[in-house]
Design a protein around this ligand. Sequence first.
Ligand SMILES: Nc1ncnc2c1ncn2[C@@H]1O[C@H](COP(=O)(O)OP(=O)(O)OP(=O)(O)O)[C@@H](O)[C@H]1O
Length: 355
Amino acid sequence: MVELDWPRGAFHLQVDLRLPATGVTVLFGASGSGKTTLLRCLAGLERAPRGRVDLAGQLWQDETRRHFLPTWKRPVGMVFQEASLFEHLSVAANLRYGLRRVGSARAARTLAAAIDILGIAHLMDRMPEALSGGERQRTAIARALATDPQLLLFDEPLAALDPARKQDVLPWLERLRAELQLPMVYVTHSPEELARLADQVVVLGQGRVLRQGPVGEVLAALDLPLLGGDEQGVVLDAVLAERMPQWHLARADFAGGCLWLRDTERPLGSPLRLRLLARDLSLATQAPQGSSIQNQLQGRIEAVAADRHPAQRLVRLRVGQAQLLARITARAWDQLGLHLGQTVWVQVKSVALLG
Ligand SMILES: Nc1ncnc2c1ncn2[C@@H]1O[C@H](COP(=O)(O)OP(=O)(O)OP(=O)(O)O)[C@@H](O)[C@H]1O
């Protein structure tokens, strides 16, 4: 639980949040919206004059009782934009340094798992100057985990990397999310990192929480579009359920049905994250016949909104428990006589597998 009220000059941080105890919570918002300040308050690096922070019953801050646990006493790991490694120590020694701070057998196990998940075992003897930007960041994440934290905080960990290095590091972060049962709070303004890593999203604007919820729901909101233009769309968590080897296709089951996508040879049962862009979905009032599009779902029109261009509409559909977005022309909406509550066929032209 996080309640903070901090008028700080022209900026006023005012949040009241219940963060989930598992998964990745992405703090998203424009520059200056207060993401870093909130993260630093969680870490104990900043002290809001009115605030209460507790993690699963452990009270870290309660200003009504003048209680404030300093950073070094909070079981948090932090990863910043620049990996601040000790330059005179090898990777192994940097990691041992984190471990020495706590010295428990569990911390050693967490570190061993982190080295494996982050794929840095072969770098142990290297000095930081001999690491690429991505390798440095992976080492910094492992070092944060060596303190056996109960919460891992990331402040734009990929922002200082060039696009190619970012793509190198993202899969390791996805592995971390999938394999570590540790809550993480992740600050970014990158739509791609949001789509690939978030379980929950907290959208901040001018120090306040504008929206909070599961990533699928927040991305499907029409009144607060987070990803505009061609990036607008939703993500779905799915499971690889079947493959058709002769067609190199795999079936992903999600909470509203199934979608076929190109097979990437992952084992059956693997969790998948899919991205469906609004521009790749079209609607029909009858079951499409003779269409080359493989993925056709039935859904109900839940909401409609103006899009950036007056020729277009954004339509939100409910398919089982999932929500999808389709971008269609205003003319098509009119000609097909579409209306709220109507059941339609949704044709999905393309499904992207993230990660
Ligand atoms: N030490 C400080 N004293 C006073 N105001 C500050 C201080 N540090 C930050 N601020 C202000 O607090 C506001 C929120 O800053 P913060 O860095 O938390 O935003 P952010 O969402 O993380 O931005 P960005 O995405 O650009 O990093 C800004 O208006 C900033 O100018």
